[in-house]
Design a protein around this ligand. Structure first.
Ligand SMILES: [Zn+2]
Length: 202
């Protein structure tokens, strides 16, 4: 199966093509691995004839999977530029993380609350570790992809997915239909109140 198709199963709508290009461009051995309790992902620099290696846990929600993937690619780029001469989460890594996150902001991959949490994480000078509580908490809200539900039964501002993977946020009631914002495109769509959807937020 092709890479973009496989990655799409783990990443938010619209994010897979760029990650796939990075894998090729950096000649990275990218693995989706079983869950580890200690960490979400891992980067290993080239050694003994092997190339860059990145692994990301398979059981992360799509947004956490993407943030972790970008986090690890920022390690890769920082290693390429400085090898082991700089701190793992120092200013060089932070600059790269920010830069590599930008295309996903530009193409509106994240819901507002997450974008805000990531931006404040990037701007906080003390946010140097892999685990930042505020960011983790914001990501965690999207953990449970619950059973299906109807648009009318969801509170306003709830983010939900359709069967085809597209993500929306419930906005307002317009006569008898709900206006919902498609997160990736920023377009508004009208939903039948009984449309079957999968809420991503508690
Ligand atoms: Zn790290």
């Amino acid at each position: 199966m092709d890479k973009v198709k496989i990655l799409s199963k783990y990443l938010p709508d619209g994010a897979a093509p760029l990650i796939s290009r990075w894998i090729d461009y950096f000649k990275c051995d990218f693995k989706i691995s079983k869950a580890r309790n200690t960490r979400f992902g891992d980067y290993r620099p080239p050694q003994k004839g092997e190339g860059h290696r990145i692994s990301v846990n398979y059981d992360l929600n799509p947004y956490a999977f993407l943030v972790t993937t970008v986090h690890e690619f920022a390690h890769l780029l920082t290693w390429k530029e400085h090898q082991g001469r700089v701190k793992p989460h120092g200013t060089e890594w932070k600059k790269n993380f920010k830069r590599m996150m930008q295309p996903f902001f530009d193409s509106h991959i994240f819901p507002e609350d997450l974008r805000f949490a990531i931006v404040s994480y990037l701007e906080n000078p003390s946010a140097s570790s892999c685990s930042n509580i505020t960011l983790l908490r914001a990501l965690k809200k999207y953990d449970k992809e619950s059973a299906s539900s109807t648009v009318e039964s969801l509170p306003f501002k709830t983010v939900f997915r359709l069967k085809d993977g597209r993500t929306f946020q419930k906005e307002t009631l317009l006569r008898k239909r709900y206006r919902c914002l498609e997160i990736h495109t920023g377009r508004l769509y009208l939903f039948n109140p009984m449309a079957e959807v999968y809420p991503l937020q508690a």
